[in-house]
Design a protein around this ligand. Structure first.
Ligand code: SF4
Length: 397
């Protein structure tokens, strides 16, 4: 596993520059969030790239132990302090998404949010919503795009539920339900989405819409295939359901074994078979015959870990099935609590607002992907796992 991870280009980039390696491709492809996702690209984000930060902060590793990828970094800030370098999600949502173009203060805010126990994605998405709502005149707020001098005070107030913070602590869905503005609340099922604008990769939109936790980027990671690797076309519905379906099962298995998800690309693409398959061929297969392409991939290293530790023989497909069982069980629990197709959706902004500063006009064509995804997952047309699906996975009803 270590051998695969060490030679994989994705893990090499994360090792050198952390998750902020995503910034430059994100600017070019147009997945960077700007002003509460009103826009999806801005050249000023280059100052937040992993490459720029490595230079500015003289970064070194500060990682989980033990780890072969080594994505975490710390660095020396201009005020003389050594801080953790914020992750990609944090710099996306606390940079351009709130109209802030100073990477230094994001490092300060990141530390404070970690100390307060605030999730930087949820807090960032909620603050950005409040800024836009104030601008539109639907909810008064001390927050405003580009105003950074009161952020720390409002974070403290949010953590302690004081003043305006008492409301901000509820998150963007509850606020938007109360004041109006659900169409621009960047959340799904109450969870604020990560810093990838799904108009730049429709599969990422499907992922946010169907993730069991809400708008979570760790449910599956199709943007990696659509943009970072360029294996499948981003502005298309083709093959997206098959990849979200596959990655969900694999990621759930990975999470069950408490292995870091950042190992997955190294594990999948570096064994001999996928490695020797010419990239253009892999690209064609992944786009047109995703199920066949999945047969070319190899995650036996992951299932082998389980065999080695437990002494029980676990095949690659047995491992994947365990992930699927976990995923479908979560979905079934959600549907028993009332979740249905109507909840598997995206904020209106991503479905209707095609014009941004990015050259390509795009909105996510969600419905056909949703139909295909339900079929593949064994759910009915309303998104409920069928009795046959549950029985096949050994989930008692
Ligand atoms: S375990 Fe994962 S998150 Fe932690 S440093 Fe390694 S790659 Fe990064």
């Amino acid at each position: 596993m270590k051998k695969h991870v060490l030679r994989n280009s994705f893990s090499k980039s994360y090792r050198s520059f952390g998750t902020n390696y995503n910034v430059n491709p994100g600017i070019d492809a147009g997945f960077m969030p700007v002003l509460n996702f009103r826009d999806r690209t801005d050249e000023r984000f280059r100052a937040f790239s992993g490459e720029a930060m490595a230079e500015r902060y003289d970064t070194r590793h500060a990682t989980c132990m033990p780890c072969a990828v080594l994505c975490g970094h710390k660095g020396s800030y201009p005020d003389g302090k050594v801080r953790h370098i914020p992750e990609y999600e944090t710099i996306g949502l606390w940079g351009g998404n709130i109209g802030n173009w100073d990477p230094d203060i994001v490092g300060v805010w990141n530390d404070r949010m970690n100390e307060l126990g605030l999730d930087t994605i949820s807090a960032g998405g909620t603050f950005a919503w409040a800024m836009e709502a104030a601008e539109k005149g639907s909810r008064p707020s001390a927050l405003a795009f580009g105003k950074s001098d009161n952020i720390v005070a409002l974070l403290e107030d949010t953590a302690h539920r004081r003043g305006e913070g008492a409301e901000l602590a509820e998150g963007s869905r509850i606020l938007a339900t109360k004041y109006g503005g659900l169409g621009y609340a960047a959340q799904v099922k109450g969870l604020e989405i990560a810093a990838y604008d799904p108009r730049a990769g429709w599969g990422q939109g499907l992922n946010y819409a169907v993730a069991n936790r809400g708008g979570c980027h760790l449910n599956a990671y199709p943007i990696g295939l659509e943009v970072l690797y360029g294996f499948i076309p981003p502005y298309s519905t083709r093959s997206k359901a098959a990849w979200v379906d596959f990655m969900e099962d694999l990621f759930d298995a990975v999470n069950c074994t408490h292995t870091c998800q950042f190992t997955v690309f190294g594990v999948l693409l570096e064994p001999l078979f996928p490695k020797l398959t010419p990239k253009p061929l892999l690209r064609i297969m992944m786009t047109w015959f995703p199920r066949v392409a999945q047969l070319l991939l190899d995650w036996s290293v992951l299932s082998g870990q389980v065999s080695a530790i437990t002494g029980r023989r676990v095949t690659m497909y047995g491992y994947l099935r365990a992930g699927r069982r976990s995923h479908v069980l979560e979905r079934w629990m959600n549907t028993r609590m009332g979740v249905r197709r109507k909840d598997d959706t995206l904020p209106g902004r991503f479905l209707a607002e095609a014009d941004t500063k990015h050259a390509r006009k795009s909105v996510v064509d969600l419905e056909p992907m949703l139909d295909a995804y339900y079929r593949m997952k064994g759910y009915d047309a309303d998104g409920v796992p069928t009795a046959g699906t549950l029985a096949k996975l050994g989930i008692p009803t």
